[in-house]
Design a protein around this ligand. Structure first.
Ligand code: GLA
Length: 418
Protein backbone atom coordinates (compact mmCIF):
# COMPACT_ATOMS: atom_id res chain seq x y z
CA UNK A 1 0.00 0.00 0.00
CA UNK A 2 2.83 2.39 0.83
CA UNK A 3 4.10 1.74 -2.68
CA UNK A 4 0.83 2.81 -4.22
CA UNK A 5 0.91 6.13 -2.34
CA UNK A 6 4.51 6.69 -3.40
CA UNK A 7 3.53 5.89 -6.96
CA UNK A 8 0.69 8.40 -6.75
CA UNK A 9 3.05 11.17 -5.63
CA UNK A 10 5.41 10.22 -8.40
CA UNK A 11 2.83 10.30 -11.16
CA UNK A 12 0.90 13.37 -10.08
CA UNK A 13 3.45 15.40 -8.16
CA UNK A 14 0.71 16.05 -5.60
CA UNK A 15 1.35 16.27 -1.85
CA UNK A 16 -2.34 16.30 -0.80
CA UNK A 17 -3.65 13.74 1.71
CA UNK A 18 -4.01 10.43 -0.14
CA UNK A 19 -6.94 8.07 0.49
CA UNK A 20 -6.66 4.39 -0.40
CA UNK A 21 -9.52 2.02 -1.16
CA UNK A 22 -9.34 -1.73 -1.68
CA UNK A 23 -11.76 -4.26 -3.22
CA UNK A 24 -10.98 -8.00 -3.42
CA UNK A 25 -11.50 -10.53 -6.17
CA UNK A 26 -13.26 -13.77 -5.35
CA UNK A 27 -13.25 -17.47 -5.82
CA UNK A 28 -16.57 -19.26 -5.95
CA UNK A 29 -16.58 -22.58 -4.10
CA UNK A 30 -19.84 -23.81 -5.59
CA UNK A 31 -22.95 -22.39 -7.31
CA UNK A 32 -22.00 -21.45 -10.86
CA UNK A 33 -24.27 -19.69 -13.35
CA UNK A 34 -27.00 -19.70 -10.73
CA UNK A 35 -26.82 -16.05 -9.66
CA UNK A 36 -28.57 -14.60 -12.72
CA UNK A 37 -31.27 -17.23 -12.26
CA UNK A 38 -32.16 -15.91 -8.81
CA UNK A 39 -30.36 -18.86 -7.21
CA UNK A 40 -27.65 -19.64 -4.68
CA UNK A 41 -23.86 -19.23 -4.69
CA UNK A 42 -21.05 -19.83 -2.21
CA UNK A 43 -18.12 -17.51 -2.91
CA UNK A 44 -15.35 -16.21 -0.68
CA UNK A 45 -13.37 -12.99 -1.08
CA UNK A 46 -9.74 -13.48 -2.04
CA UNK A 47 -6.61 -12.11 -0.46
CA UNK A 48 -6.00 -10.48 -3.85
CA UNK A 49 -7.48 -7.10 -4.61
CA UNK A 50 -7.64 -3.93 -6.65
CA UNK A 51 -6.39 -0.82 -4.83
CA UNK A 52 -6.86 2.81 -5.75
CA UNK A 53 -4.91 5.69 -4.17
CA UNK A 54 -6.54 9.04 -4.82
CA UNK A 55 -6.67 12.73 -4.03
CA UNK A 56 -9.89 14.61 -4.87
CA UNK A 57 -9.74 17.88 -6.77
CA UNK A 58 -12.19 20.48 -7.98
CA UNK A 59 -12.25 19.55 -11.64
CA UNK A 60 -15.06 17.26 -12.85
CA UNK A 61 -12.48 14.92 -14.23
CA UNK A 62 -11.20 11.56 -13.08
CA UNK A 63 -7.59 11.04 -14.09
CA UNK A 64 -6.19 7.56 -13.51
CA UNK A 65 -2.79 6.01 -13.90
CA UNK A 66 -3.05 2.24 -14.25
CA UNK A 67 0.08 0.56 -12.91
CA UNK A 68 -0.86 -2.77 -14.49
CA UNK A 69 -1.39 -1.28 -17.92
CA UNK A 70 1.33 1.34 -17.48
CA UNK A 71 -0.99 3.91 -18.95
CA UNK A 72 -2.78 7.11 -17.99
CA UNK A 73 -6.28 8.06 -19.07
CA UNK A 74 -9.02 10.48 -18.04
CA UNK A 75 -12.73 10.94 -18.31
CA UNK A 76 -15.11 13.75 -17.52
CA UNK A 77 -17.73 13.18 -14.85
CA UNK A 78 -21.38 13.00 -15.90
CA UNK A 79 -22.31 16.50 -14.78
CA UNK A 80 -20.58 19.83 -14.39
CA UNK A 81 -18.28 21.65 -16.72
CA UNK A 82 -14.72 22.05 -15.72
CA UNK A 83 -11.71 23.65 -17.19
CA UNK A 84 -8.97 21.38 -18.46
CA UNK A 85 -6.50 20.24 -15.90
CA UNK A 86 -2.97 21.27 -16.50
CA UNK A 87 -1.15 18.43 -18.13
CA UNK A 88 -4.27 16.57 -19.26
CA UNK A 89 -5.14 16.22 -22.86
CA UNK A 90 -8.65 17.26 -23.91
CA UNK A 91 -11.06 16.22 -25.22
CA UNK A 92 -11.88 13.75 -22.49
CA UNK A 93 -14.24 10.87 -22.99
CA UNK A 94 -17.54 11.82 -21.39
CA UNK A 95 -19.23 9.44 -18.96
CA UNK A 96 -22.74 10.62 -19.75
CA UNK A 97 -25.74 8.34 -19.36
CA UNK A 98 -26.16 6.38 -22.54
CA UNK A 99 -23.34 8.45 -23.90
CA UNK A 100 -21.40 7.08 -26.79
CA UNK A 101 -18.97 9.91 -26.29
CA UNK A 102 -16.12 7.59 -25.43
CA UNK A 103 -13.53 8.40 -28.00
CA UNK A 104 -11.94 5.67 -29.97
CA UNK A 105 -8.72 4.95 -28.15
CA UNK A 106 -10.09 5.15 -24.58
CA UNK A 107 -8.50 2.07 -23.02
CA UNK A 108 -10.81 -0.79 -22.11
CA UNK A 109 -9.84 -0.56 -18.43
CA UNK A 110 -11.17 3.01 -18.28
CA UNK A 111 -14.67 1.84 -19.15
CA UNK A 112 -15.15 0.33 -15.68
CA UNK A 113 -14.74 3.50 -13.59
CA UNK A 114 -16.60 5.46 -16.29
CA UNK A 115 -19.61 3.19 -16.14
CA UNK A 116 -19.54 3.17 -12.34
CA UNK A 117 -19.49 6.99 -12.34
CA UNK A 118 -22.43 6.94 -14.72
CA UNK A 119 -24.59 4.70 -12.52
CA UNK A 120 -23.64 6.53 -9.30
CA UNK A 121 -24.59 9.85 -10.90
CA UNK A 122 -27.90 8.36 -11.99
CA UNK A 123 -28.42 7.18 -8.42
CA UNK A 124 -28.25 10.81 -7.35
CA UNK A 125 -24.70 11.08 -6.05
CA UNK A 126 -23.09 14.43 -6.85
CA UNK A 127 -19.67 13.25 -7.90
CA UNK A 128 -16.35 14.96 -7.54
CA UNK A 129 -13.24 14.45 -9.64
CA UNK A 130 -9.96 13.02 -8.47
CA UNK A 131 -6.54 11.93 -9.55
CA UNK A 132 -5.64 8.34 -8.82
CA UNK A 133 -3.29 5.48 -9.27
CA UNK A 134 -4.81 2.00 -9.57
CA UNK A 135 -3.05 -1.31 -9.13
CA UNK A 136 -4.09 -4.85 -8.34
CA UNK A 137 -2.99 -8.43 -8.01
CA UNK A 138 -6.20 -10.16 -9.10
CA UNK A 139 -5.12 -11.79 -12.35
CA UNK A 140 -7.06 -10.21 -15.23
CA UNK A 141 -9.21 -12.52 -17.36
CA UNK A 142 -8.75 -15.50 -15.05
CA UNK A 143 -12.27 -15.85 -13.70
CA UNK A 144 -11.43 -14.36 -10.30
CA UNK A 145 -13.53 -11.24 -10.80
CA UNK A 146 -10.88 -8.67 -11.44
CA UNK A 147 -13.52 -6.57 -13.17
CA UNK A 148 -15.95 -6.68 -10.22
CA UNK A 149 -13.07 -5.78 -7.90
CA UNK A 150 -12.21 -2.85 -10.15
CA UNK A 151 -15.83 -1.69 -10.28
CA UNK A 152 -16.19 -1.85 -6.51
CA UNK A 153 -12.85 -0.10 -5.95
CA UNK A 154 -13.91 2.57 -8.45
CA UNK A 155 -17.21 3.07 -6.64
CA UNK A 156 -15.40 3.47 -3.31
CA UNK A 157 -12.93 5.91 -4.86
CA UNK A 158 -15.76 7.99 -6.31
CA UNK A 159 -17.61 7.99 -2.98
CA UNK A 160 -14.50 8.82 -0.95
CA UNK A 161 -13.72 11.73 -3.27
CA UNK A 162 -17.08 13.25 -2.33
CA UNK A 163 -16.51 12.66 1.40
CA UNK A 164 -12.75 12.75 1.96
CA UNK A 165 -13.43 13.13 5.70
CA UNK A 166 -14.79 9.57 6.16
CA UNK A 167 -12.62 7.39 8.40
CA UNK A 168 -10.94 4.20 7.22
CA UNK A 169 -13.65 1.52 7.55
CA UNK A 170 -15.36 -1.32 5.73
CA UNK A 171 -17.20 -0.28 2.58
CA UNK A 172 -20.64 -0.48 4.19
CA UNK A 173 -19.87 2.57 6.35
CA UNK A 174 -18.90 4.65 3.31
CA UNK A 175 -21.99 3.50 1.40
CA UNK A 176 -24.13 4.44 4.38
CA UNK A 177 -22.59 7.90 4.53
CA UNK A 178 -24.12 8.33 1.06
CA UNK A 179 -27.48 6.85 2.01
CA UNK A 180 -26.78 3.56 0.23
CA UNK A 181 -26.64 0.02 1.56
CA UNK A 182 -23.68 -2.15 0.57
CA UNK A 183 -26.18 -4.40 -1.26
CA UNK A 184 -27.41 -1.44 -3.33
CA UNK A 185 -23.86 -0.47 -4.08
CA UNK A 186 -23.22 -4.03 -5.32
CA UNK A 187 -26.22 -3.72 -7.64
CA UNK A 188 -24.99 -0.40 -9.00
CA UNK A 189 -21.61 -1.97 -9.75
CA UNK A 190 -23.38 -4.91 -11.41
CA UNK A 191 -25.27 -2.42 -13.58
CA UNK A 192 -21.94 -0.85 -14.55
CA UNK A 193 -20.70 -4.28 -15.70
CA UNK A 194 -23.88 -4.72 -17.77
CA UNK A 195 -23.08 -1.44 -19.49
CA UNK A 196 -19.58 -2.64 -20.24
CA UNK A 197 -21.32 -5.52 -22.03
CA UNK A 198 -21.71 -8.55 -19.75
CA UNK A 199 -25.15 -9.37 -18.33
CA UNK A 200 -23.55 -10.76 -15.17
CA UNK A 201 -25.33 -11.74 -11.98
CA UNK A 202 -24.79 -10.16 -8.56
CA UNK A 203 -22.31 -12.64 -7.06
CA UNK A 204 -18.98 -11.00 -7.83
CA UNK A 205 -19.78 -7.45 -6.82
CA UNK A 206 -21.65 -8.67 -3.75
CA UNK A 207 -18.86 -10.83 -2.38
CA UNK A 208 -16.26 -8.15 -3.10
CA UNK A 209 -18.25 -5.82 -0.85
CA UNK A 210 -19.43 -8.32 1.78
CA UNK A 211 -16.59 -10.84 2.07
CA UNK A 212 -15.68 -11.99 5.54
CA UNK A 213 -12.23 -13.21 6.62
CA UNK A 214 -12.16 -16.95 7.18
CA UNK A 215 -15.67 -17.43 5.77
CA UNK A 216 -17.51 -18.22 2.57
CA UNK A 217 -20.94 -16.66 2.08
CA UNK A 218 -23.99 -18.65 1.10
CA UNK A 219 -25.87 -15.99 -0.80
CA UNK A 220 -29.46 -16.01 -1.96
CA UNK A 221 -29.12 -13.97 -5.14
CA UNK A 222 -32.80 -13.11 -5.22
CA UNK A 223 -33.18 -11.26 -1.93
CA UNK A 224 -29.45 -10.89 -1.13
CA UNK A 225 -29.79 -12.52 2.27
CA UNK A 226 -26.70 -14.48 3.23
CA UNK A 227 -25.15 -16.75 5.76
CA UNK A 228 -21.42 -16.64 6.56
CA UNK A 229 -20.05 -20.18 6.79
CA UNK A 230 -16.66 -20.61 8.52
CA UNK A 231 -14.05 -22.44 6.48
CA UNK A 232 -12.18 -25.06 8.46
CA UNK A 233 -8.66 -23.88 7.55
CA UNK A 234 -7.06 -26.59 9.73
CA UNK A 235 -8.78 -29.34 7.79
CA UNK A 236 -8.99 -28.01 4.27
CA UNK A 237 -7.17 -25.55 2.02
CA UNK A 238 -8.64 -23.72 -0.93
CA UNK A 239 -6.25 -24.10 -3.85
CA UNK A 240 -6.75 -21.91 -6.91
CA UNK A 241 -5.06 -22.98 -10.13
CA UNK A 242 -4.97 -20.70 -13.15
CA UNK A 243 -5.14 -22.68 -16.39
CA UNK A 244 -3.50 -19.83 -18.27
CA UNK A 245 -6.40 -19.85 -20.76
CA UNK A 246 -7.55 -16.23 -20.95
CA UNK A 247 -11.12 -15.41 -21.53
CA UNK A 248 -13.06 -12.31 -22.28
CA UNK A 249 -16.41 -12.44 -20.59
CA UNK A 250 -18.10 -9.95 -22.86
CA UNK A 251 -17.88 -12.59 -25.54
CA UNK A 252 -21.31 -13.85 -26.54
CA UNK A 253 -21.18 -17.25 -24.80
CA UNK A 254 -22.03 -15.93 -21.34
CA UNK A 255 -24.93 -13.78 -22.49
CA UNK A 256 -26.10 -16.68 -24.66
CA UNK A 257 -26.25 -19.00 -21.63
CA UNK A 258 -28.26 -16.43 -19.74
CA UNK A 259 -30.69 -16.15 -22.64
CA UNK A 260 -31.11 -19.95 -22.74
CA UNK A 261 -31.97 -19.99 -19.02
CA UNK A 262 -34.57 -17.28 -19.54
CA UNK A 263 -36.02 -19.27 -22.40
CA UNK A 264 -36.22 -22.37 -20.21
CA UNK A 265 -37.96 -20.50 -17.39
CA UNK A 266 -40.46 -19.12 -19.86
CA UNK A 267 -41.34 -22.59 -21.19
CA UNK A 268 -41.68 -24.02 -17.68
CA UNK A 269 -43.88 -21.14 -16.51
CA UNK A 270 -46.60 -22.75 -18.56
CA UNK A 271 -46.76 -25.51 -15.93
CA UNK A 272 -46.60 -23.20 -12.93
CA UNK A 273 -47.31 -19.49 -13.32
CA UNK A 274 -45.42 -18.80 -10.07
CA UNK A 275 -42.13 -19.54 -11.86
CA UNK A 276 -40.24 -16.30 -12.34
CA UNK A 277 -36.75 -17.68 -12.82
CA UNK A 278 -35.10 -21.11 -12.82
CA UNK A 279 -34.66 -20.66 -9.07
CA UNK A 280 -38.37 -21.37 -8.76
CA UNK A 281 -38.27 -24.67 -10.65
CA UNK A 282 -38.17 -27.84 -8.56
CA UNK A 283 -36.32 -30.88 -9.86
CA UNK A 284 -39.64 -32.78 -9.90
CA UNK A 285 -41.37 -30.19 -12.07
CA UNK A 286 -38.36 -30.01 -14.36
CA UNK A 287 -38.21 -33.76 -14.78
CA UNK A 288 -41.92 -34.01 -15.45
CA UNK A 289 -41.74 -31.50 -18.31
CA UNK A 290 -38.13 -31.60 -19.50
CA UNK A 291 -39.11 -33.25 -22.78
CA UNK A 292 -40.97 -30.08 -23.74
CA UNK A 293 -37.77 -28.07 -23.78
CA UNK A 294 -35.40 -27.75 -26.73
CA UNK A 295 -32.47 -30.10 -26.11
CA UNK A 296 -29.79 -27.50 -25.37
CA UNK A 297 -32.12 -25.45 -23.18
CA UNK A 298 -33.03 -28.62 -21.29
CA UNK A 299 -29.39 -29.27 -20.40
CA UNK A 300 -28.78 -25.65 -19.40
CA UNK A 301 -31.82 -25.79 -17.10
CA UNK A 302 -30.78 -29.13 -15.63
CA UNK A 303 -27.42 -27.64 -14.65
CA UNK A 304 -28.94 -24.61 -12.94
CA UNK A 305 -31.65 -26.53 -11.10
CA UNK A 306 -29.31 -29.24 -9.81
CA UNK A 307 -26.59 -26.68 -9.01
CA UNK A 308 -28.94 -24.69 -6.78
CA UNK A 309 -29.68 -27.87 -4.83
CA UNK A 310 -25.95 -28.64 -4.61
CA UNK A 311 -25.20 -25.24 -3.06
CA UNK A 312 -27.77 -25.69 -0.34
CA UNK A 313 -26.58 -29.20 0.39
CA UNK A 314 -22.93 -28.23 0.38
CA UNK A 315 -23.61 -25.41 2.85
CA UNK A 316 -25.10 -27.99 5.20
CA UNK A 317 -22.17 -30.35 4.62
CA UNK A 318 -19.66 -27.58 5.35
CA UNK A 319 -21.46 -26.60 8.55
CA UNK A 320 -21.51 -30.24 9.64
CA UNK A 321 -17.79 -30.58 8.89
CA UNK A 322 -18.50 -33.22 6.22
CA UNK A 323 -15.80 -32.25 3.75
CA UNK A 324 -16.04 -35.52 1.86
CA UNK A 325 -19.66 -34.78 0.99
CA UNK A 326 -18.76 -31.19 0.19
CA UNK A 327 -16.04 -32.42 -2.18
CA UNK A 328 -18.43 -34.81 -3.93
CA UNK A 329 -20.80 -31.93 -4.59
CA UNK A 330 -17.94 -29.79 -5.91
CA UNK A 331 -17.04 -32.62 -8.30
CA UNK A 332 -20.65 -32.98 -9.42
CA UNK A 333 -20.77 -29.24 -10.06
CA UNK A 334 -17.84 -29.45 -12.44
CA UNK A 335 -19.27 -32.42 -14.32
CA UNK A 336 -22.54 -30.57 -14.76
CA UNK A 337 -20.77 -27.41 -15.97
CA UNK A 338 -18.77 -29.53 -18.41
CA UNK A 339 -21.56 -31.70 -19.80
CA UNK A 340 -24.78 -29.73 -19.41
CA UNK A 341 -23.69 -26.11 -19.31
CA UNK A 342 -20.71 -26.60 -21.65
CA UNK A 343 -18.48 -23.90 -20.21
CA UNK A 344 -15.42 -25.99 -19.44
CA UNK A 345 -12.61 -26.83 -21.82
CA UNK A 346 -9.80 -29.37 -22.18
CA UNK A 347 -7.39 -27.42 -19.96
CA UNK A 348 -9.84 -26.98 -17.08
CA UNK A 349 -10.92 -30.61 -17.40
CA UNK A 350 -7.30 -31.70 -17.24
CA UNK A 351 -6.60 -29.63 -14.10
CA UNK A 352 -9.66 -31.13 -12.46
CA UNK A 353 -8.69 -34.64 -13.48
CA UNK A 354 -5.17 -34.22 -12.11
CA UNK A 355 -6.47 -32.80 -8.83
CA UNK A 356 -9.00 -35.58 -8.34
CA UNK A 357 -6.20 -38.12 -8.69
CA UNK A 358 -4.32 -36.72 -5.69
CA UNK A 359 -4.91 -38.36 -2.34
CA UNK A 360 -6.41 -35.96 0.16
CA UNK A 361 -8.26 -33.86 -2.42
CA UNK A 362 -11.93 -33.51 -1.49
CA UNK A 363 -13.11 -32.06 -4.77
CA UNK A 364 -12.16 -29.91 -7.73
CA UNK A 365 -14.06 -27.85 -10.27
CA UNK A 366 -13.81 -24.90 -12.61
CA UNK A 367 -14.70 -21.63 -10.89
CA UNK A 368 -16.29 -18.49 -12.30
CA UNK A 369 -17.90 -18.24 -15.69
CA UNK A 370 -15.68 -20.86 -17.32
CA UNK A 371 -14.37 -20.69 -20.90
CA UNK A 372 -10.87 -20.70 -19.41
CA UNK A 373 -9.70 -19.16 -16.16
CA UNK A 374 -9.20 -21.09 -12.92
CA UNK A 375 -10.15 -24.20 -11.03
CA UNK A 376 -10.79 -24.34 -7.30
CA UNK A 377 -9.77 -27.40 -5.33
CA UNK A 378 -10.49 -28.24 -1.72
CA UNK A 379 -7.69 -30.35 -0.27
CA UNK A 380 -6.34 -31.54 3.05
CA UNK A 381 -3.39 -29.33 4.08
CA UNK A 382 -0.97 -32.22 3.59
CA UNK A 383 -2.30 -32.77 0.04
CA UNK A 384 -1.39 -29.28 -1.17
CA UNK A 385 2.23 -30.04 -2.06
CA UNK A 386 1.42 -33.36 -3.79
CA UNK A 387 -1.27 -31.50 -5.73
CA UNK A 388 1.20 -28.83 -6.80
CA UNK A 389 3.69 -31.49 -7.84
CA UNK A 390 1.08 -33.45 -9.81
CA UNK A 391 -0.02 -30.33 -11.71
CA UNK A 392 3.55 -29.26 -12.44
CA UNK A 393 4.43 -32.75 -13.65
CA UNK A 394 1.65 -32.98 -16.22
CA UNK A 395 -0.17 -29.79 -17.08
CA UNK A 396 2.41 -27.80 -18.99
CA UNK A 397 3.64 -30.88 -20.82
CA UNK A 398 0.16 -31.67 -22.06
CA UNK A 399 -1.12 -28.16 -22.79
CA UNK A 400 1.95 -26.00 -23.39
CA UNK A 401 0.58 -23.57 -20.78
CA UNK A 402 2.26 -22.66 -17.50
CA UNK A 403 -0.18 -23.11 -14.59
CA UNK A 404 -0.17 -20.76 -11.61
CA UNK A 405 -1.06 -22.31 -8.28
CA UNK A 406 -1.80 -20.65 -4.98
CA UNK A 407 -3.47 -21.38 -1.69
CA UNK A 408 -6.07 -18.75 -0.83
CA UNK A 409 -7.36 -17.52 2.48
CA UNK A 410 -10.86 -16.10 2.67
CA UNK A 411 -10.37 -12.35 3.07
CA UNK A 412 -12.50 -9.45 4.24
CA UNK A 413 -14.57 -7.44 1.79
CA UNK A 414 -13.88 -4.01 0.32
CA UNK A 415 -12.83 -1.14 2.56
CA UNK A 416 -11.44 2.34 2.79
CA UNK A 417 -7.98 1.41 3.98
CA UNK A 418 -6.45 4.78 4.56
C1 GLA B 1 -19.25 -14.44 -13.80
C2 GLA B 1 -20.37 -13.46 -13.49
C3 GLA B 1 -21.14 -13.91 -12.25
C4 GLA B 1 -21.58 -15.37 -12.36
C5 GLA B 1 -20.41 -16.24 -12.79
C6 GLA B 1 -20.85 -17.65 -13.07
O1 GLA B 1 -18.30 -14.41 -12.78
O2 GLA B 1 -19.86 -12.17 -13.28
O3 GLA B 1 -22.24 -13.05 -12.05
O4 GLA B 1 -22.66 -15.49 -13.23
O5 GLA B 1 -19.77 -15.75 -13.94
O6 GLA B 1 -21.31 -18.26 -11.92
Amino acid sequence: MADLVARFRDVFDDSGPVRVVRAPGRVNLIGEHTDYNGGFVMPMALDRAVRIALVPHDEPVVAIWSVQFDERAEFRLPSGLGTPLAGLRPPWPAAVPGGEAEPAGAPHWLRYPMKVAEVLAEAGIALRGFRAVVDGDVPVGSGLSSSAAYEVASALALLVAVRPDVPAAPAAALAEAHGLSAGRLAKLCQEAEHRVGVRCGIMDQFISLHGRAGHALVLDCRDLSFDAVPLPAQKAKVVVIDSGVKRRLSSGAYNERRGQCEEGAEHLREFDPAIRELRDVSLALFEAHADRLPEVVRRRCRHVITENARVLESAEAMKAGDLTRFGDLVNASHDSLRDDYEVSGPELDLLVEIARGVEGVFGSRLTGAGFGGCTVTLARPEAVEPLRAAVLARYEKETGLAPRIWVSEAAAGAAVEQ
